[in-house]
Design a protein around this ligand. Structure first.
Ligand code: NAI
Ligand code: ENO
Length: 359
């Protein structure tokens, strides 16, 4: 069967570009994947890891052979990259970008790249570079598409097909609204992670604080471990919306400071926060067959995973999937996946009897 797309070009083959390329490969969606990056090392890795079939250190006539081009460089580089690509692109070709901020990029590129629709997969990781790319990153992710009245219908249809074929869920939001929303749900959390680390780094008790950091600090600040260049570009590009969000946050912090002297009211705020956090939708990262999961609290001691696996093995329960949870409510948890509800219930019984806390 013919793949959905002919030649596809990835421009900036890092975490996101690499993950899109691997998703295309995994599902046989492209005839051939070409990659361009300004960093020759990224291209070498992309070739070595089988992320791309052909790599190019320079833009050139090869761009004209692409049916689809995906811009996946840091946000600050996207407009210039798009301008350099425009004269080389085939007039019928489809284009998108995966940048975290949309209004300016869409405004500038929609008019110059042939069939362009801006997009933003709401999935990522704190690890940068093609060596951390994997197709699963985009499975079941919400993938925002940012059409405008100028967007070509061909782009709208083609990029939606791409997103669905990669196993993600397209969601249309106008570019300006997208930027205001992600300022609060993504960019402010990133800046807070930077702020919390800064507080530690500049403290005279830095070393002691680092030693004391438990799960809460680690979970809250995880995103500060991402690519500094990518993240810097993201927050600078969205600075107007982000400044508004910071203003609102200052107000909220002021309220909470006052509530420290009103414990009853603070409890209500804490309860509301718990309700909000606990009702975040669970995003399954994979399109593997449906799994029946258990989360097991694991004491931080050697041999625990072996002990759990042995207990289940002896009871004849097969573990289909295992994940060490890096975002967790309490320290030390693993998620075990079972093929059926019955297997999961049996595992729950075995592990509870062995003294584990299971949910
Ligand atoms: N990291 C994340 O979790 C997410 C990132 N994004 C967006 O995806 C894009 C890429 O981010 P990541 O893959 O995380 O970064 P990354 O740092 O892993 O990869 C970026 C790649 O772009 C290359 N590059 C830089 N300037 C370039 C230029 N002018 N021309 C060509 N290549 C260039 C770099 O050498 C690197 O290989 C960014 O626009 C970011 O806002 C979107 C969703 C999630
Ligand atoms: O790692 C995470 O949880 C993230 O939230 C990463 C991320 C970074 C940038 C984006 O535009 C979207 C997602």
């Amino acid at each position: 069967m013919k793949p959905l797309f002919g030649k596809v070009g990835i421009f900036g083959v890092g975490l996101l570009g690499g993950s899109v390329a691997l998703g295309l490969k995994e599902r046989f969606l492209a005839e051939e994947i070409h990659a361009y990056d300004q960093d020759p090392e990224a291209l070498e890795k992309a070739l070595f890891l089988g992320v791309a079939d052909r790599v190019h250190p320079q833009l050139g006539p090869w761009v004209g052979e692409l049916e689809l081009g995906i811009l996946a460089a840091p946000v600050g580089a996207l407009v210039d990259l798009g301008r350099r690509l425009a004269p080389l692109a085939h007039p019928d070709s489809l284009w998108t970008d995966v940048g975290s901020v949309k209004a300016r990029v869409v405004g500038d590129l929609e008019g110059i790249l042939p069939h362009f629709l801006g997009s933003h997969p709401m999935a990522g990781s704190e690890r940068a570079g093609v060596e951390n790319a994997h197709a699963g990153l985009l499975h079941n992710a919400i993938w925002v598409l940012t059409p405008t009245p100028r967007t070509s219908p061909k782009a709208r249809e083609g990029i939606k097909k791409l997103v669905e074929a990669l196993g993600a869920y397209p969601l249309e939001i106008p570019p300006e609204l997208h930027d205001r929303l992600v300022a609060r749900i993504s960019h402010l959390p990133y800046l807070l992670a930077v702020a919390l680390n800064r507080l530690v780094a500049h403290s005279p008790h830095r070393d002691l604080l680092m030693f004391l950091a438990a799960g809460g600090f680690r979970d809250l600040t995880r995103v500060a471990s991402g690519s500094p260049r990518m993240s810097r570009d993201m927050v600078v590009e969205n600075r107007e919306a982000l400044k508004e969000a910071i203003y609102e946050l200052r107000g909220v912090l002021g309220e909470l400071e006052e509530l420290l002297d009103q414990p009853e009211a603070l409890l209500r705020a804490a309860e509301e926060a718990k309700r909000t956090r606990d009702s975040l939708p669970i995003v399954r990262r994979s399109l593997l067959p449906e799994m029946h999961d258990l989360v097991v609290q694991v004491p931080d001691r050697p041999g625990q995973i072996a002990r759990i696996a042995t207990a289940l093995g002896e009871a004849g329960v097969n573990i289909k999937d295992i994940e060490v949870l890096t975002i967790r409510e309490e320290a030390g948890a693993i998620r075990l996946g079972f093929a059926s509800r019955e297997a999961r219930e049996k595992a729950r019984e075995v592990l509870s009897r062995a003294g584990y806390r299971v949910s």
